[in-house]
Design a protein around this ligand. Structure first.
Ligand code: FES
Length: 181
């Protein structure tokens, strides 16, 4: 129990099918990270309880950590804060620092964590639809083909007119020659 006001902050660290896996997040010592999170003390000096979860349901995120407020923090309006992408040491340090200062409800969220806030209802960002792009590209192709055909038709018409003009000129010249005989 926290000496300052009941239950301390708690951490839920996801270590399931995706979070904490080298396959999904290479280059991170996930075991060491869990050990580091498990060694965080709150502002009264009590070690913060850490629970691991097999999946928190937002696997498109990586290394999800939920910071539960202390009893005192909850009374002050603090609610669990879901963080995703906790993959480097600086972010773990920021969580530690936040909890030492009181955590949710008692201390403002550190700037370093602001971009990592997520929720249990977070939706996987949609990929840009390829079909639309292909349709657009096809349309552009079609438009270019149409324009090319139009200019070819114009050129053919112009050439045909030119030939007609030449023939008419030749006829006139032929009649003139007959008259002169
Ligand atoms: S494995 Fe962590 S959210 Fe699913």
């Amino acid at each position: 129990m926290s000496g300052l006001g009941g239950r301390p902050c708690q951490l839920t660290v996801c270590r399931g099918c995706c979070c904490g896996r080298k396959k999904k997040v290479p280059g991170v010592d996930h075991k060491a990270q869990l050990a580091r999170l498990s060694a965080i003390d709150d502002r009264s000096g009590c070690t913060v309880p850490v629970r691991t979860s097999k999946c928190l349901g937002i696997c498109f995120q990586r290394n999800v950590v939920v910071v539960q407020p202390s009893q005192e923090g909850r009374t002050a309006g603090g609610r669990p804060v879901w963080l995703g992408g906790i993959t480097d040491e600086a972010l773990v340090e920021a969580i530690d620092d936040w909890i030492v200062r009181g955590g949710p409800g008692l201390a403002p969220l550190p700037d370093a964590l602001a971009d990592h806030v997520t929720s249990k209802d977070a939706k996987k960002p949609k990929k840009r639809k390829k079909a639309k792009d292909t349709k657009k590209a096809k349309n552009t192709k079609k438009e270019r083909k149409k324009a090319r055909e139009k200019s070819e038709r114009k050129a053919r018409k112009k050439a045909a007119k030119g030939r007609q003009g030449e023939r008419a000129g030749k006829k006139k010249a032929g009649k003139g020659a007959k008259k002169n005989r």
